[in-house]
Design a protein around this ligand. Sequence first.
Ligand code: DC
Length: 229
Amino acid sequence: MKQIVIAIDGFSSCGKSTIAKELSKILTYKYVDTGAMYRAVTLYLIQNHIDFNNIQDVINALEKISITFKIDEQTQIQETFLNGENIENEIRVNPRVAGFVSNVSSISEVRRFLVKQQQELGKLRGIIMDGRDIGTVVFPDAELKLFITADPNVRAQRRFDELKAKGNTTTFEEVLANLTKRDYIDSNRDDSPLMKADDAIEIDNSKINQKEQLELILKLVNEKIGLKA
Ligand code: DC
């Protein structure tokens, strides 16, 4: 099968990683959740009491950060490791990570550090990467670019349900406020703001279910893989 790069960008909590994981299973492609990488850097800075506004301290910290991914044998779920420690749960439920990650990801040095690793991971193609700048910056030459959107209230409700299921007590209003704030910072930062690449296909999943969305995307994938296969 032809090995392509599939770039999935879009707003927070649009279900990008759910789509990416489903596709990676079907296509047996590698999957990289770049948001987890920004969350891992944020967690490191929080844990080590590093002031995000002190760029030199942030640069020094980056040298000490190693981010890796491993598939859990039992659950088959991809987990994120920071310097060898499994931080998968922590980066998803720690409200300080959600609160600061957009600020940390606005720092150009952090972006350069992670983009280089992301490009390296996708060098052999056969990869699905989700984030905010994959189709515009990380892989501008991706064969398939998807830009996922959904109504903010629908997204906040999905995220709220997810957190509640994990035992988190954050309210719906807090989730919506965090999501709106992140959308704003992600879309308005100077370095690599979230935007739809000119050649990306936009999918609004507010009113379609996961199965319908997957069918739609698989059709697009097949067109690309079939084209020059
Ligand atoms: O996808 P996520 O919610 O886990 O991403 C967390 C934050 O990381 C998001 O608010 C913006 C940032 N991010 C980014 O700037 N660029 C990416 N490629 C991925 C995430």
